[in-house]
Write a protein that binds this ligand. Structure first.
Ligand code: GLN
Length: 538
């Protein structure tokens, strides 16, 4: 088989959480900065068809693409680094692979053959890997394989990589293996043995790593690199160190210094050029040299885990750099918030963001937070469930509709100001059935959001089942909360803002999925600006 697209496979060894996604995204950035069209794909070995049904406690945030795929949070990193949208094809799970193979079997497509892991599952993996390459949109496809080499569930993926390397031919497919070189303080030494074992495990499956990227807390001396090269069967310049960084956005430059891009391009028989990282470095300079700082409260129920609100936190980093301010995000657990302690917990904040979410737990605390910031003129951004809570709070406390609620929380409420969307009413299955992906939105002329976006037509990504109940629109607008963003086709209310508040905006969609280093999201930029202004006015 001949191919124009080159493939890079990233596998992981020794332990999980080494940051394969960041390494893949950083390498992609370096290749993109030399003129190559690059995309990154993640293969996840679990059996869920997608992470949409996974609790954020289990797997962190569920990231949503333009075309409505519910995906692994690493895809967020890919987009934030590359500023190129990903799609359904960029995240594939074992569940999805088996689902398509079993579907084909039921259709009789295997013509009476016994369906097996090799070749049928591995063929389907290989087909999925090559969908992006065959689209003609990319020169290089980086495929990150989730999990750790040696895991039972990773085996079919490693086998597919082994086969693909033969199918693709020399210089068309390479393997980067990410490992850990631990430092034993008692011995005062960096240890190479875990890496040696990990490379050996990979070789037992017939895959030789071409490049080793070694996570480490200390610089790897030359002789240690030589030793790793010798024992792991790679050239000395293929041993790359990935030292702990203070921000993930430093990693592309660290990889550049190590020459990861050069060795990759050499092994793929591609030309290298001088990377164009001017804007990236400008962002980094601003991010690292803020002129001042602000404190933003993030009101949610998954606050113990950084990964649950990953895209929101990254959006604040982009918007902070844009405003040259450090944004300190303070997590506030919504379950512990009430009218009595709201002042104590929130008064010192320069802005409050009420987070997306599902289910009843913690929502009364979110409503208290909205009430406090509305009454105290603190800048407010409500995202998805956060917007819905803002509408409920307004209905209860301004319009005096005391039991106003969302039918998600109280199906019997007398005032369902947030209600299940019509098309959701007949849906029984949970997976992949929400309103997902990009939808157009028309902004009201003269509104705050129109000024923020500097546009009347926007498109944003969604992930929800419930919506603003238009039966209450007149009453709510009369009270002073305006519907300033509408779906142009259905009239669905996507944005609310309060006209006599300095900065109070609730959005049904998720702006955080679209914020990138190259394009910080205007709503986050505007929110940070408003928070800064609020701080100065105190
Ligand atoms: N639970 C709400 C809904 O389904 C909000 C979803 C969200 O915040 N992503 O409409």
């Amino acid at each position: 088989m001949t191919t124009n697209t080159k493939y890079i496979f990233v596998t992981g060894g020794v332990t999980s959480s080494l940051g394969k996604g960041i390494i893949a995204a950083s390498l992609a950035k370096l290749l993109q900065s030399q003129g190559y069209r690059v995309t990154i794909q993640k293969l996840d070995p679990y059996i869920n068809v997608d992470p949409g049904t996974l609790n954020p406690y289990e797997h962190g945030e569920c990231y949503v693409t333009e075309d409505g795929a519910e995906t692994d949070l690493d895809l967020g990193h890919y987009e934030r680094f590359l500023n190129v949208p990903t799609s359904q094809a960029n995240n594939v799970t074992t569940g999805r692979i088996y689902q398509s193979v079993i579907q084909k079997e039921r259709e009789g497509k295997f013509l009476g053959k016994t369906v097996q892991v090799v070749p049928h599952i591995t063929d389907e993996i290989k087909r999925r890997v090559q969908i992006l390459g065959k689209s003609g949109d990319y020169d290089i496809v980086i495929t990150e394989i989730g999990g750790t080499v040696g895991d039972i569930e990773s085996l079919p993926y490693i086998e597919a990589v082994r086969q693909l390397r033969w199918d693709l031919g020399e210089h068309n497919g390479i393997v980067i293996h990410l490992t850990l070189v631990p430092y034993l303080s008692a011995a005062g030494e960096l240890k190479t043995k875990p890496t040696q074992h990990s490379v050996k495990t990979l070789m037992e499956s017939g895959v030789q790593a071409d490049i080793l990227v070694c996570r480490t807390e200390h610089n790897l001396p030359k002789d240690l690199r030589k030793k790793l090269a010798l024992f792991c069967n790679v050239t000395a310049d293929s041993v790359i160190q990935s030292i702990d960084a203070s921000t993930i956005y430093d990693v592309p430059n660290l990889m550049l210094k190590e020459g990861l891009d050069k060795i990759v391009l050499k092994k793929l028989a591609l030309e290298s050029a001088k990377p164009e990282l001017k804007n990236w470095n400008k962002f980094l300079r601003r991010h690292k040299n803020p002129k001042t700082e602000i404190n933003i409260g993030l009101i949610g129920k998954y606050v113990e885990l950084q990964d649950s609100y990953k895209s929101i936190l990254e959006s604040f980093i982009h918007a902070g750099a844009e405003n040259e301010v450090k944004v300190n995000v303070e997590s506030v657990h919504s379950e512990y918030l009430n009218d009595e302690n709201a002042g104590l917990m929130l008064a010192h904040l320069d802005g409050v963001l009420v987070a997306p979410g599902f289910g009843e737990r913690g929502i009364e605390g979110k409503i208290c937070a909205v009430k406090y910031v509305r009454e105290n003129n603190i800048p407010f951004l409500g995202i998805c469930l956060g917007m819905q809570m803002a509408v409920i709070e307004f209905a209860r406390n301004v319009l005096n509709l005391k039991d106003a609620n969302s039918t998600e929380m109280d199906p019997e409420t007398e005032h369902p100001v947030i209600d299940l969307m019509e098309e959701q009413k007949t849906i029984k299955n949970k997976g992949g059935t929400m309103r997902l992906g990009a939808w157009d939105c028309a902004l009201m002329p003269g509104s705050k959001v129109e000024k923020i976006y500097k546009n009347q037509h926007i498109s944003e990504r969604h992930r929800h089942r419930y919506e603003f109940n238009s039966d209450y629109r007149y009453q709510i607008e009369e009270g002073g909360m305006l519907a300033t963003g509408l779906n142009p086709k259905t009239g669905l209310v996507e944005i609310v803002e309060i006209s006599n508040h300095p900065w109070f905006i609730g959005v049904q969609y998720h702006p955080e999925y679209k914020s990138t280093v190259a394009n910080p999201h205007p709503l986050f930029v505007g929110f940070v600006k408003a928070a800064l202004k609020h701080k100065k006015s105190k």
